[in-house]
Design a protein around this ligand. Sequence first.
Ligand code: VGL
Ligand code: ZN
Length: 196
Amino acid sequence: MKTLVIVDLQNDFINGGSLEVPGGESIVDLINDVIKNYDLVLATKDWHPKDHMSFASNHKNKNIGDIININGLDQVLWPDHCIKNTFGSDFPKSLNISNVKKVIYKGSEKHIDSYSGFFDNGKIKSTGLSEYLRKKNIKKIDYVGLATDYCLKYTAIDSVSEGFKTRVLVDCIRGIDKKSCELALNEMKSKGVELI
Ligand code: VGL
Ligand code: ZN
């Protein structure tokens, strides 16, 4: 079964969103097109409570972009984004979601972030994605979405370490920072992600 996972393609990450990824909206039509080639389409959603600790606004005297330590993990502080059940956390209206079979929600616990669609950043809890894919006996997964240098990267790398043959469709991803995108692509490749 040809399987596609769309990572964090949500209003807050595209034009006018609070954590806008440059060119994020430009992949929506491309993804609408590639969806047609897949038998199973899943999506992840960044899904934060208002008081999530990854938001700079929830810390005194901290700014967006600061890095703090929370329970032994480095945490970048972001603008408020993808608050669950708001416009910002919704799929873009132009995304064809009629074939999205399941949505995996992540980052919904206040005290820990989750860049990967598989696990939180401390690898404490599974989101259920691995279990879902294994139950369906899926061995190969393709990935598209946002952001190349954060959630897309961590999701693809965890996908390899969970034992799935993993490919990223590079025309259908966009990232936050040019330099860190280059590093992310190299890291993915060196960890066994196939870039196509
Ligand atoms: C993401 C930063 C914070 C992403 C999510 O989807 O790449 N980046 N939360
Ligand atoms: Zn987030």
